[in-house]
Design a protein around this ligand. Structure first.
Ligand SMILES: C[S@@+](CC[C@H](N)C(=O)[O-])C[C@H]1O[C@@H](n2cnc3c(N)ncnc32)[C@H](O)[C@@H]1O
Length: 269
């Protein structure tokens, strides 16, 4: 099925305005990811499909479109330096900062198929194991794609995907379910709350966060979209809280209220 220039621009405009994702240079990606789906679904053209998507932006086809067009690459312990910093600096600091409430709230804001929030939850469990019961840590994991959230909630991974996980975590927090597959234990799963959320929407969550992981998602957004998102996230963080970006990402320090801590880590002061 051929895509016309006009149809391509229509998809780019729709995805940018609704999800912030800039696909201007991604014609091949759009065709590669949608063509088969449209053919199988007996849509006559990209226009016919977009009529349905735009006619009901909360509907099934709109969800399928964004499921198809997001890039969800992730893995356990990704950019492990940051997890080391979380363990060695951030959690000890928060333990002091939040000692009166014993309540720590973490948001993993583009959680994809679950590897990142489960990594976080394993680290939290490990860190707080000696004072379990005393501390109330909550971990919210969100993504715009309903497809990746399904995978995340299932919590099953091929054995090769566990390669980066320290063996002690593997032993404590996974169980083998077949020759090839491991599943995150129910205990870990039940502590991660997965929700669908589009980062372009007003943040609806009550309570402010002590830590936000916003890694490897702003690479798809333009500068203005990034600035606006960072401002909204700032407003939903506790003073003293930490923001983690992907290690290739940085904020323009002249335009933010966050304090720079180290590459890709910022603090609300
Ligand atoms: C490359 S993955 C990064 C996953 C993980 N944070 C990591 O660093 O490994 C980017 C994720 O951002 C999500 N995403 C893209 N645009 C989004 C939006 N507007 N709102 C929420 N999530 C979005 C995608 O669905 C995808 O799962």
């Amino acid at each position: 099925m051929e895509i016309t220039d006009q149809e391509f621009r229509r998809i780019v405009t729709y995805v940018k305005s609704r999800y912030g994702i800039d696909l201007t240079q991604k014609r091949t990606l759009i065709v590669g990811r949608l063509e088969n789906y449209l053919t199988r679904g007996n849509f006559d053209s990209y226009s016919a499909y977009m009529d349905i998507v735009e006619g009901n932006p909360q509907g099934k086809e709109a969800a399928e479109l964004i499921n198809a067009l997001t890039t969800n690459h992730t893995y356990f312990m990704r950019e492990s330096d940051q997890f080391d910093f979380l363990k060695s600096h951030v959690l000890p600091r928060l333990r002091t900062q939040c000692n009166s409430t014993k309540d720590i709230r973490i948001w993993c804001a583009a959680s994809s198929t679950g590897e990142e929030p489960y990594t976080l939850e394993m680290i939290l469990r490990d860190y707080f194991k000696l004072v379990e019961g005393e501390w109330d840590t909550s971990l919210l994991a969100t993504d715009v794609s309903t497809k990746v959230l399904e995978t995340a909630k299932r919590g099953r991974y091929h054995k090769d995907q566990l390669d980066n996980i320290p063996s002690v975590y593997r032993k404590c927090y996974f169980r083998k379910v077949s020759v090839e597959e491991y599943e995150v234990t129910q205990d870990i799963k039940s502590r991660v709350i997965f929700k669908q959320f589009n980062l372009m929407d007003p943040i609806p969550f009550r309570g402010k966060f002590n830590v936000v992981f916003l890694r490897n998602v702003m690479i798809y957004f333009d500068d203005i979209t990034k600035q606006r998102l960072i401002r909204r996230i700032y407003d939903h963080m506790e003073t003293g809280g930490f923001l983690f970006l992907g290690t290739t990402e940085a904020l323009d320090r002249s335009r933010i209220n966050f304090r720079y801590v180290r590459p890709s880590v910022y603090q609300k002061v």
